[in-house]
Design a protein around this ligand. Structure first.
Ligand SMILES: [Zn+2]
Length: 156
């Protein structure tokens, strides 16, 4: 979605013409419960043609695809399902956190006012990020990355 009705909010090259009220109304069109079901929110700022042409190539898509496929195969071998399907005891077991990670997540949950569903979604996303990093444990960095993906638009 665009960030605002005119689409320029946050664009350093073009001014947004929207009032703060109009921006809030626009973003509120996605209801909290719907937003709560969207796992990954990524802000994509406008990039000028010059900057884009000068940018270094990122990691090749086929390399990323292989890493994702390997992580999915690994999750299926471990638990017989994808991470997004983890629930109940399997979720508790496979997304167990050490004391420091647990405190980190708990304080983020309180600060950001997550529902229980939102909390469990973060755990599943963090499990996937840990898998992609080939890490058995979910570490604070994995949780931090997972939390970032849910913070572009705030649910109320
Ligand atoms: Zn605007």
């Amino acid at each position: 979605m665009n960030p605002c009705p005119c689409g320029q909010l946050g664009n350093p090259a073009k001014a947004c013409r929207c009032t703060p009220d109009a921006v809030l109304r626009y973003q509120a069109r996605i209801s909290g419960p719907l937003l709560d079901r969207i796992d990954l929110q990524v802000e994509v700022p406008a990039v000028g043609a010059e900057l884009l042409a000068g940018a270094a190539d990122g990691e090749a898509s086929n390399v990323v695809r292989e890493r994702v496929a390997a992580a999915r195969v690994g999750a299926n071998a471990r638990q017989g399902s994808s991470n997004s399907a983890l629930a109940g005891d399997a979720l508790d077991l496979l997304c167990a956190l050490d004391a420091a990670a647990s405190r980190f997540l708990q304080s983020a949950a309180e600060r950001l006012g997550w529902s229980a569903r939102g909390f469990h979604r973060i755990l599943r996303i963090a499990r996937t990020i840990a898998d992609l990093a080939d890490s058995r444990a979910i570490e604070i960095a994995h949780l931090g990355e997972a939390i970032q993906y849910r913070r572009v638009l705030q649910t109320h």
